[in-house]
Design a protein around this ligand. Structure first.
Ligand code: SF4
Length: 253
């Protein structure tokens, strides 16, 4: 039997040259069920409903926003606001928070879940801000996630609300909507974040996460979506939707 000829170095080289160059592995994201025009129309309607959407966590500066978001894990915004009104009146800078001390911080926030751990983190992150950032909240995700108690979602909220960066902070509402509507499906929070950043048209990215949170909190609710009150009911491709007629598109108070 004739032996297979060894491949010449030149042939191997030219085949290798035709191979596409891999520029780092990129995870394949699940496809959106919507065309770019449909996603654009959904966000256009959200923007008519709420031209200037705002987060519901009360704060007076980037630092108090950061603290409020850290405190909001597994707590409602209303519950956090009740606790932070007194806390921020006493301390609205990292130095004032250190001066207040962990015991007093704990007293202010004792109505919030996990308050002991959160009080500790508020003091630790205030100290880290003073020692590593001159008391200023950094506008950089890598620096933010190194602070005690600060994860990617918290960093994204702060970058978006305090520094105007078009980030997507995926919370429980956004994760649910992205999958339920099949707009940006994903098994993990990171997948949904990447998918939403890919499908939402650029002009709507800045406010995108607020529109989705508010839609999830008040209309496309976890247990039973209120499709009768939904302004995108005609466009929605969710298997759970119960109505095809969109609600009147008017700015909300
Ligand atoms: S139609 Fe229903 S399921 Fe679809 S986005 Fe609106 S509320 Fe959610």
């Amino acid at each position: 039997m004739e032996k297979a000829k060894p491949k010449s170095a030149t042939a191997t080289k030219s085949r290798a040259a035709k191979k596409p160059v891999r520029r780092g592995r990129r995870k394949r994201l699940a496809r959106s069920a919507y065309s770019p025009q449909e996603v654009g129309e959904i966000f256009r309607r959200f923007s008519v409903q709420r031209p200037e959407p705002k987060g519901e966590l009360e704060h007076v500066n980037a630092y108090t926003l950061l603290v409020a978001v850290v405190l909001s894990a597994q707590a409602t915004d209303a519950g956090v606001n009740r606790a932070t009104r007194g806390l921020f009146a006493a301390a609205d800078t990292p130095q004032k928070m250190l001066d207040l001390g962990e015991d007093r911080v704990r007293e202010h926030i004792r109505t919030i879940g996990l308050y002991r751990n959160k009080a500790k983190n508020v003091i630790l992150l205030s100290r880290a801000l003073i020692e590593e950032h001159g008391g200023i909240v950094p506008d950089d995700r890598d620096a933010l996630v190194k602070l005690p108690g600060v994860g990617r979602k918290t960093a994204n909220v702060v970058l978006n609300m305090a520094f105007g960066q078009p980030t997507m902070a995926v919370d429980t509402h956004i994760f649910r909507i992205a999958n339920r509507m099949r707009m940006a499906p994903g098994k993990t929070v990171d997948d949904v974040e990447q998918n939403l950043l890919r499908v939402i048209p650029e002009p709507y990215l800045q406010h995108g996460h607020h529109w989705l949170i508010l839609h999830g909190r008040y209309v496309c609710k976890a247990r039973k979506p209120d499709c009768q009150a939904c302004v995108v009911a005609d466009l929605c491709k969710s298997k759970e939707k119960t109505c095809d007629v969109p609600a009147a598109l008017v700015p909300l108070a």
